[in-house]
Design a protein around this ligand. Structure first.
Ligand SMILES: [Zn+2]
Length: 428
């Protein structure tokens, strides 16, 4: 095929194709710009959108018409504020459709069905039996996702369109093909989860992502990290996970495995970690470490109200019970939390020096003990981090608690639609 310009001065078929492609791309970028400004400023008028985007009014009107056609945007009534004629106000349409998001965790699967404003329509958590096989656990998760879709179709008022399905997992996910490469606390390797989701839900976009990355994104769009630029998210429970969100984007590294902060070597002569290394940060910060501290103190004969709380069966310890005991001033509970809080703070101080975040968010099961842990983290931060870095970083609790990762899955579908609205509309 010739690549020379045509002699007539008219564009060749190839050039026309490129130009049309460019125009479609520019339009998609502008649609995304409008969606994002609506997210930040709604309710807002077409004229005001033109002003803050720098696009001309007729372009904005055309883009808005397209977004209304896709049902992603809706008119919400005339504004009578200010001088001049009242103007029609716009916002993202919460009834654009519904999103279903699940999590395969350690010993549980959970799911949420939410509308386009991340308002939860239904959510559910189920235990996974310890003897369940990998296939049984995946089947259990798929069944819950299907149930959530059925609920969404029935209960999502005026929005029975499924926008996407997301799944969070506690491990490394190769973003090129959605393969779960390694989940140390599940002992899973090389599970083609995205392919499995695609087969189960062929009609919609599907997403598979590390649970901490998902949770951090959920906090950025719908939680405690709204408005922050550089968010360090730390999640402690069975393991210790982390994520970094920069300017609304999860920082994934070259192959998608960044932010495995729990596996930083902190204690070169420490304990063996489930990842195979020795002395990972995670070996000193997890719920099982808290339980172990409590057991050790009780074995040493220290008195604790926890013995009565669990009828002397320490296998029944939970983080919530330990928090209850700590609130009663129980020294065993308080010292266990203090010990873990110290290790948590030491690691966070190093990460704050390395990354200079404006927000450190703490989530996961251990965040139930946040009132006891965060003051210790703050102290370590002030003592150990460079003061400019420490002063720049606010430390706070994540908002979505146990459901952080599934809310994050909702955010991932939402973000994808915001970034490519026309493309998303064509596939759902
Ligand atoms: Zn490790």
């Amino acid at each position: 095929m010739s690549k020379l310009p045509s002699l007539s001065g008219q564009p060749t078929a190839q050039e026309t194709q490129y130009r049309t492609g460019d125009q479609a791309l520019v339009r998609e970028i502008n649609l995304s710009l409008i969606m994002n400004r609506l997210r930040e400023h709604a309710p807002i008028s077409r004229a005001a959108l033109a002003e803050i985007t720098g696009l001309n009014k007729s372009t904005v009107s055309s883009l808005i018409n397209e977004l209304i056609d896709h049902q992603f945007v809706r008119e919400v009534g005339l504004s009578s504020a200010g001088i001049g004629r009242p103007s029609m106000q716009l916002q993202l349409n919460p009834q654009a459709g519904f999103i279903v998001s699940g999590e395969i965790g350690i010993g549980f699967v959970s799911v949420v069905c939410a509308n386009f404003a991340a308002e939860v329509i239904w959510r559910y958590k189920a235990k996974v039996q310890p003897e369940s096989s990998q296939q049984e656990t995946i089947d259990q998760a798929l069944a819950l996702l299907r149930q959530a879709i059925a609920v969404g179709r029935e209960k999502c008022e005026g929005c029975d369109r499924l926008l996407g399905v997301a799944l969070a997992v506690p491990g490394l996910v190769d973003q090129s093909d959605g393969m779960l490469l390694f989940a140390p606390n599940l002992s899973w390797e090389n599970v083609p989860l995205k392919a499995i989701l695609k087969e189960a839900f062929p009609e919609v976009p599907v997403f598979v992502e590390n649970e901490a990355n998902m949770a951090a994104l959920g906090e950025y769009f719908f939680g405690a990290a709204q408005g922050y630029d550089e968010v360090l998210y730390i999640s402690a429970g069975v393991g210790l996970g982390g994520a970094l969100v920069r300017g609304g984007q999860v920082v994934r590294g070259k192959t998608g495995f960044a932010s495995e902060f729990g596996h930083m070597t902190m204690y070169p002569d420490g304990e063996r970690c489930n990842c195979g290394n020795v002395g990972c940060w995670e070996t000193c910060v997890s719920q099982s470490v808290v339980f172990r501290q409590v057991r050790r103190a009780i074995d040493e004969g220290k008195p604790s109200v926890l013995c009565g709380m669990v009828d002397n069966d320490l296998d029944r310890l939970t983080v919530s019970l330990i928090v209850d005991a700590a609130q009663l001033g129980d020294q065993v509970a308080l010292q266990a939390l203090e010990e873990v809080g110290h290790h948590l703070g030491v690691g966070i101080a190093s990460l704050v020096n390395a990354l200079n975040p404006d927000l450190v968010l703490f989530g996961g099961i251990l965040s139930v003990a946040g009132n006891f842990l965060l003051p210790i983290v703050e102290l370590e931060l002030q003592q150990r981090a460079l003061r400019w870095n420490a002063n720049a970083a606010k430390v706070a609790l994540a908002r979505h608690g146990f459901y952080a990762s599934v809310v994050g899955g909702v955010a991932m579908v939402y973000q994808t639609i915001l970034s490519q609205p026309s493309n998303a509309a064509s596939v759902i």
